[in-house]
Design a protein around this ligand. Structure first.
Ligand SMILES: Cc1cc2nc3c(=O)[nH]c(=O)nc-3n(C[C@H](O)[C@H](O)[C@H](O)COP(=O)(O)OP(=O)(O)OC[C@H]3O[C@@H](n4cnc5c(N)ncnc54)[C@H](O)[C@@H]3O)c2cc1C
Ligand code: FES
Length: 300
């Protein structure tokens, strides 16, 4: 098996073997790939470009949900939405495929004695879940908030898939927390727009705000926020961070084409120079993770 990832500007695919490709409800799948030693370089927030088929001009970008440096594997949690992901869903254990990884800038490790507040929306949970577990290994005790609707296929997965990383803990009949995170000491809480006893009723960013309001002032001031989810949620994350004067990072899972900085199909507006100045930066090579303070939110 070929080993090593890509250096910036030299996009060499890595040969990978499918360990398993588990079909999940709602058109989702969990793919584990044996990628060899390059798995050691994978950090939360990195993404992979998956070559779904030689006949498709473009590879498809996916956040990495986990990496096992000892086994040399990486996990991708994907939803079938089009031709590329439909091809991925047909892959069988043992099959040889090609991916490019690790790509992009991962989340930065928080420095010093800080509180970490993680905010995830829907499938944006994948990189945040990975980050939460690695933060615990580094001695942090992050708090994770996840926005998910009961009618979402993700909730079916979370409620029924015992042993799956998204599996939820029930309290009084309502799913309230994430089991895999509970097991390693991460406090997690779910939010949805439906009023369900035991679950936070509202946007996940309202839950994050409530958590901050209830935190003691010194602890609140030491909080760093990290988020991944749809753009409207990321805008609301920015509003929360601004309200409490907090630093943090967001990961954009935007539309991509080439995936290595050539086509400019993936840009996001970032602050630059004088007051009010901004420019576009490429999510594939300069992101997908950006500092909240660097994003020109009025233009997102
Ligand atoms: C950094 C990043 C991380 C992502 N992580 C995940 C993940 O963990 N799980 C997951 O299910 N999906 C993720 N996505 C979205 C995923 O890339 C698309 O669902 C996938 O490319 C669709 O491919 P397709 O051929 O099935 O769909 P089609 O619509 O047939 O694709 C046509 C073209 O549009 C591009 N495209 C379509 N939708 C998206 C999209 N939402 N984002 C980016 N490009 C898109 C495809 O790459 C392809 O070039 C991520 C996207 C980005 C940019
Ligand atoms: S996807 Fe082509 S420059 Fe980012």
């Amino acid at each position: 098996m070929a080993e090593g990832g890509i250096r910036r500007g030299t996009a060499h695919p890595v040969a990978a073997r499918v360990v398993f490709n588990r079909e999940l409800p709602g058109g989702y799948g969990l793919l584990r790939l044996q990628v060899g030693r390059v798995a050691r370089r994978v950090l939360p927030g990195h993404f992979a470009q998956v070559i779904c088929d030689d006949h498709l001009t473009l590879p498809r970008p996916f956040s990495l949900m986990d990496a096992d440096p000892v086994q040399g594997t990486v996990d991708i949690f994907y939803r079938v939405v089009g031709v590329g992901t439909a091809l991925m869903a047909s892959w069988q254990g043992g099959e040889e495929v090609r991916v490019l990884l690790p790509l992009g800038h991962p989340f930065s490790w928080p420095e010093g004695k800080v509180n970490v507040l993680l905010i995830a929306g829907g499938a944006g949970l994948a990189p945040v879940h990975f980050f939460a577990r690695r933060l615990v290994e580094r001695g942090h005790a992050p708090v994770l908030t996840w926005g998910i609707e009961t009618e979402s296929p993700l909730m079916t997965i979370a409620a029924r898939m015992d042993g799956f990383p998204l599996n939820v803990v029930f309290e009084g009949g309502a799913p309230v927390a994430l089991a895999a995170l509970d097991a390693v000491g991460v406090s997690s809480r779910l939010a949805s727009m439906e009023a369900i006893s035991g679950r936070f009723h509202g946007y996940v960013t309202d839950l994050a705000r409530e958590y901050l309001v209830q935190s003691a002032a010194p602890s609140r001031a030491r909080t760093v926020v990290y988020a991944c989810g749809p753009v409207p949620m990321l805008r609301a994350v920015h509003a929360v961070a601004e309200q409490f004067g907090l630093r943090g990072q967001v990961s954009f899972e935007e539309r991509m084409a080439c995936g290595f900085g050539v086509c400019a199909a993936c840009v996001a507006p970032m602050r630059q120079g004088e007051e009010g100045g901004w420019t576009y930066r490429k999510i594939c090579t300069e992101g997908p993770v950006f500092a909240i303070a660097d994003v020109a939110w009025e233009n997102v």
